[in-house]
Write a protein that binds this ligand. Structure first.
Ligand SMILES: NC(=O)c1ccc[n+]([C@@H]2O[C@H](COP(=O)([O-])OP(=O)(O)OC[C@H]3O[C@@H](n4cnc5c(N)ncnc54)[C@H](OP(=O)(O)O)[C@@H]3O)[C@@H](O)[C@H]2O)c1
Length: 365
């Protein structure tokens, strides 16, 4: 089969012909139909993002495909079944040991072993041997037939799991007002449609007015935009004008040191408010003073959150299958742009320029 292999760190992804995998206990082989092409991937492959992994390695991990071969312990996934693959692999003997399939080996001896000896080949290939517990059946008749979604549009669900799990982590309830800050990136923007599907109204912030407008247009009765000025007092007061903020979700990338949006969000939270801290970047962690007096005087709960659990994946798939959670145009997305594996460099160029919420590209074998 054809695969995109990185032979050494910071080296190119080279198309190669390698043996098609066969499944063993705890795995299935999936024929890949579409991979999410993330704008963060070049930084991961060049080592600048801080993610580490052994080489050779095949990247990917967020994809939709069809079961091509089953293992001896596959009980519910027939050959031909449409499935979603997601990258958060937990060790079977220790759920606290985890890796990001196709991008990150983690920091413990156990996680490094799990990556290097089991899951170093992810989904940028025609076929992949996938962990059974990261392989999720999709109801093709419902999703592609009745709801009219395309296969590339379904790949987005892999992004949705993250925000859903974070919102569950702060116990978001129907009828509450959530602030998402910023809300204009792919992962952060995903939180908006999820929160609406969970019954919350949402305030969205950021500097990108076009991405904010996409979110409002997709959910005009549930979402309000509060463009960010980076003046704490102005931003806090603008947020408070909409009424009490019950909770906020923060997802800031690296390089946001000096931004005041997290502090403004704490300022806007009501008494007993909750905060989900999910960004790996500076906005929340570095260079931003956490207002501890405000935290204690308002009895605020701060919850850090990474990735998700299997139950979160099941919940999100059900939400989209019943029609509560939207994908594609109804969620604010442009049509998905597709790149063939041999046009990967064009794909990287495209996602490098087009990665606000609502823009999406997939890599197809
Ligand atoms: N915890 C987890 O499990 C998990 C999982 C996946 C991702 N993440 C985190 O989520 C982050 C966001 O991912 P993403 O894909 O949504 O976005 P992204 O593409 O990584 O970054 C773009 C977003 O960041 C905002 N931004 C850029 N520079 C900023 C600055 N100086 N100050 C404040 N905001 C700034 C942009 O807002 P404007 O341009 O509109 O201001 C836009 O919303 C990732 O970088 C990662 O740290 C966490």
């Amino acid at each position: 089969m054809k695969a995109l292999l990185q032979e050494e760190r910071n080296g190119p992804l080279i198309p190669q012909s390698i043996p098609t995998p066969t499944p063993g206990p705890g795995s299935v082989v999936v024929k890949i139909l579409a991979n999410l092409l993330q704008h963060q991937l070049p930084g991961i492959l060049s080592g600048t993002s801080g993610f580490t992994y052994p080489t050779p390695m095949i990247p990917g991990g967020r994809a939709v495909g069809r079961i091509a071969a089953t293992g001896p312990d596959t009980t519910s996934l027939p050959v031909g079944q449409l499935v979603l693959l997601e990258p958060f692999v937990r060790a079977r003997d220790d759920p606290e040991t985890w890796i990001m399939w196709g991008s990150m080996q983690g920091t413990t001896e156990g996680s490094k072993k799990l990556f290097a000896q089991n899951w170093r080949y992810a989904t940028f290939a025609e076929y992949v041997c996938a962990p059974l517990e990261n392989t999720w059946a999709l109801d093709e008749k419902r999703l592609c037939g009745e709801l009219g979604y395309t296969i590339p549009e379904l790949v987005w669900l892999c992004v949705d799991f993250v925000a859903y799990s974070g919102l569950k982590g702060i116990g978001l309830r129907a009828g509450e007002r959530l602030l998402v800050t910023p809300a204009t990136g792919p992962f952060s923007g995903a939180a908006v449609g999820i929160a609406v599907a969970m019954g919350a109204t949402v305030l969205v912030t950021g500097r990108n007015g076009r991405a904010l407008q996409r979110l409002v247009d997709a959910h005009p009765k549930m979402v309000s935009a509060v463009p960010r000025t980076n003046d704490i007092d102005t931003d806090r007061e603008n947020l408070k004008k909409h009424g009490p903020v019950d909770a906020f979700l923060e997802m800031t990338p690296m390089g946001a040191e000096g931004s005041t949006h997290v502090r403004a969000a704490f300022g806007a939270l009501k008494q007993y408010g909750r905060a989900a801290i999910m960004g790996f970047g500076g906005g929340a962690m570095k260079g931003v003073e956490v207002p501890t007096m405000e935290l204690l005087l308002k009895s605020i709960t701060v919850h850090g959150h990474t990735m998700y659990w299997g139950q979160d994946v099941r919940d999100v798939i059900k939400m989209v299958e019943v029609g509560a959670l939207k994908l594609g145009k109804e969620r604010g997305f442009d049509a998905v742009t597709e790149f063939k594996m041999e046009d990967l460099e064009d794909g990287f160029d495209w996602v490098g320029k087009n990665h606000e919420f609502g823009q999406m590209a997939v890599l197809v074998p």
